[in-house]
Design a protein around this ligand. Sequence first.
Ligand SMILES: *Cc1c(COP(=O)(O)O)cnc(C)c1O
Length: 494
Amino acid sequence: MNYISTRGACANERRTFTDILLAGLAADGGLYLPAVYPSITPDELEHWRNLSYADLAYEVLAKFCDDIPAKDLRELTRRTYTAQIYRHARESEKAEQITPLKALGIENGAPLYLLELSNGPTLAFKDLAMQLLGRLFEYTLAQSGAQLNILGATSGDTGSAAEYAMRGKQGVRVFMLSPHQKMSSFQSAQMYSLQDPNIFNLAVTGVFDDCQDLVKAVSNDHVFKAQYKIGTVNSINWARVVAQIVYYVKGWLAATQPAATKLGQTSGPEALPKVSFCVPSGNFGNVCAGHIARMMGLPIDKLVVATNENDVLDEFFRTGVYRIRDAAGTYHTSSPSMDISKASNFERFVFDLLGRDAARVRHLFHQLEANKGFDLSGSGDFARIHQFGFVSGRSSHQERMATIQQTYARYATMIDTHTADGLTVARRYLEPGVPMVVLETAQPVKFSAAMREALGRDPERPAAFAKIEELPMRFEVVPPDAQILKEFIAAHTG
Ligand SMILES: *Cc1c(COP(=O)(O)O)cnc(C)c1O
């Protein structure tokens, strides 16, 4: 499997999965994608029905990373996707399914489901990819004898998912910046209660933007970055995208009946039942994995992109205009993990939409960087958007609250604010006979203030987190000063 950049610069170089594992952007500023997508056949889907999640993950990953020996890759997936790690399933007997599919009911003739992706250590879907990344990093660093120091900024979900994935891993340290006293007590306790010596929590006396600026300042010091082996784990990381493809396959298998597909039938995906997925979206990482699953041949009908009030993606899928927002135009909402001004993985889809024309992608995204937008509305490319299955919608605070209330009343199921955005938008695209799977991206306990507003009560909290705020906390308070940060890193590596 050879990897290329969406902007075309390294088209003649060969890059393998492990080559790009530790890389962020390609040298030309583009994002990595496989030179061709591997395929999933109807026969494979049928044979995969009885596999454990870990073995299904192996089958999907093996198509993308042929430079890790099969035996090692299988062991990695088996150690990553265990009932012990995904033990926060609300129905504990379902923990071994890793991503249980929960039937809500039939609405407008469509079977409506939630795919539970948030039963891992930090109660959000990012664990599914990040936990694998932790194992892959440890594995490849051990092979090369190298070290990696991950530097990141977080306002909540990504930072904790990264820390729980990297804790105790050989060769890896994490330096995670968070705004001092600006996160919920549950979120800070999740991160700060980790006592692992390779995890460093730095509480910056400032806001989230100050944390991000510090990461940029350190990363732009190329000498320091190289000397101290600084890396990141943000959502453009290709291995994270690949890991997310697995649960679309798992969700499709769970939402379709074996009887509906005939063993040995090879007449193509038309013969198989289709399933739609609705994805609460921010940086377009999660739904990008759905897009790739569909390109590989997984019979997906619609990919519904759900946004909150930060509707840059919904605007594009409705109009063809991609208009990134400035700070003043980016709102703080009650589904904060979707509060983005531009979607960092979107370029991967644009590359496919434009028929993989890297020169045009390069042109568009240079234009984007210069003046904040581009417009494909009049182009033939945008007319083809529905061939890719994409539709979209946006949800507001009122709709999110109403959906949480209704889902609790009607289905006795408590969903978080992000999942509520997904369910709100999914209902606009129900079609009789086509299962609609809404991806559940977090558990309600992470957003308890909004849950109290919706339901007038505290959200359910998995037993393991009962007293997390009372645990001893380990963090350093630091000023927003890049020099002090560099000194801290230098003093704690070596
Ligand atoms: C990160 C996140 C999202 C958005 O996912 P993207 O891959 O950035 O589109 C949605 N919901 C929750 C809870 C998240 O943590």
